[in-house]
Unconditional design. Structure first.
Length: 427
């Protein structure tokens, strides 16, 4: 019988040797009061450890063990700190970090407590560990990998607050909460997406994450944002998760966010109507008197002074031409489904992800079918103009900016009753 002591266990594991080249099994037994130990160096190079029962202290199997055991059957082998297991076999380090953020004494206390536990791991003394466990990637070079870590909790804070973690946090959170179904919304601007996403957020069965652009721009305390999201996703009644903001289909595709039973939805609106809605939205915002930075920037681009009032239909019509020319994005629809803002690439992405489109006229029906609370349309602009009210030159400029969008819209309309089934069937 061979005895292996694990550093985090209050006893040792008795290892029973099999035939040469065979499997060696182990079972936990109390640590004896006497016995000499043979300390191996880097045991990981000699055999791998695979837990078969799940918890520490239960049966484990040592496979592929080319160890030259002495002839006696009572040698003690100490693994020192060369092999380390997490606190539970089913919880990753990042999972433990997210759990620590929800500590009842506050996330700072929770991270400090976790840091004390991680300080026991020899792997956590190098920065490599935190790249691999928190960012889920290898470090970019020797210096990054081998940098010393004196405080694991400070290292965790640094990685969580990095821009890279913000950009990737949706993928990382979704993977940690893999049991939740993902309902991914490609939110095309000015197409009713805000109303739909707000309905999801008001439903107790759904948790939500924000897109990286929102977090980068609005979350001064990123740890507090992560705490809130972790608490939301841990609620027992939560069954699904959505990402708010303007998530693009290429982001979903490139990050592998959609799995076999997940859903990708989008609201479909005539691109001409979306363009006119955008013009009316900007004028509504400018007339609101809001002093936020984005409005100030818009005024500067349009040649308006900070306090210049917007009065009269003639001024609004003049502004509409400048809004289309200087502020309205090109190919608003295609850009959400294509890396190149092109119809053919967007159509392929839609087919690959099996995107379900909801006609904006059927949005209320869809929300009713999903059981989403609906009170009113959100983020609705005032209807200052219709397309026919805008001068011909501005109309032509709109058509230039939505040319690829019109191709995609017409393609989706033609395929509505074919096997591609781009429309979500309501009723």
């Amino acid at each position: 019988m061979k005895n292996v002591k694990h550093p985090e266990m209050g006893g040792k594991t008795m290892i029973k040797r099999g035939s040469a080249g065979g499997v060696v099994s182990a079972a936990s037994e109390p640590w004896p009061t006497s016995g000499e130990g043979v300390v191996l160096g880097d045991v990981r190079s000699n055999f791998s450890v695979q837990a078969v029962a799940g918890d520490l202290g239960e049966t484990v199997r040592l496979q592929d063990a080319p160890l030259a055991f002495p002839g006696t059957e009572s040698t003690v082998v100490s693994l020192e700190h060369n092999v380390s297991w997490p606190e539970t076999s089913h919880d990753s380090t990042l999972g433990r970090v997210l759990h620590a953020l929800t500590d009842s004494d506050g996330y700072e206390v929770g991270l400090d407590r976790l840091g004390v536990e991680l300080a026991k791991l020899v792997q956590a003394k190098k920065q490599r560990f935190f790249y691999e466990e928190i960012l889920k990637r290898s470090p970019e070079g020797y210096d990054a990998a081998m940098a010393d870590v004196n405080s694991p909790s400070d290292a965790i804070r640094g990685f969580l607050c990095s821009d890279e973690f913000v950009v990737r946090h949706n993928k990382l959170f979704l993977d940690e909460f893999a049991h939740l179904k993902r309902e991914l919304i490609v939110h095309v601007p000015k197409s009713g997406g805000t109303t739909l996403l707000n309905g999801y957020q008001r439903h107790s069965s759904y948790a939500s994450l924000a897109d990286e652009h929102y977090v980068l721009a609005n979350c001064a305390d990123r740890l507090d944002y992560y705490r809130g999201r972790a608490e939301d996703m841990r609620r027992p009644e939560v069954k699904s998760v959505v990402i708010t903001g303007h998530v693009r289909a290429p982001f979903i595709l490139e990050n592998g966010l959609k799995r076999g039973c997940d859903e990708v939805y989008s609201i479909l609106r005539n691109p001409v109507e979306s363009a006119v809605s955008f013009v009316n939205y900007i004028i509504t915002e400018l007339m609101s008197g809001s002093g936020h930075a984005e409005n100030a920037s818009r005024r500067g681009i349009l040649g308006l002074s900070p306090d210049e009032p917007i009065e009269g239909r003639e001024m609004m019509l003049r502004l509409s031409a400048a809004i289309v020319d200087k502020l309205m994005p090109s190919q608003n629809l295609c850009s959400m489904f294509s890396r190149y803002d092109k119809f053919d690439d967007a159509a392929q992405t839609i087919a690959v992800l099996d995107v379900r489109f909801i006609p904006i006229e059927r949005l209320d029906d869809f929300m009713t079918l999903k059981g989403l609370p609906f009170t009113r349309r959100d983020n609705v602009s005032k209807g200052f103009f219709k397309f026919c009210d805008i001068d011909r030159d501005t109309q032509m400029l709109i058509f230039e900016k939505i040319g690829e969008d019109l191709k995609l819209y017409n393609w989706l309309t033609r395929h509505a009753d074919t096997e591609l089934r781009p429309y979500f069937q309501v009723g």
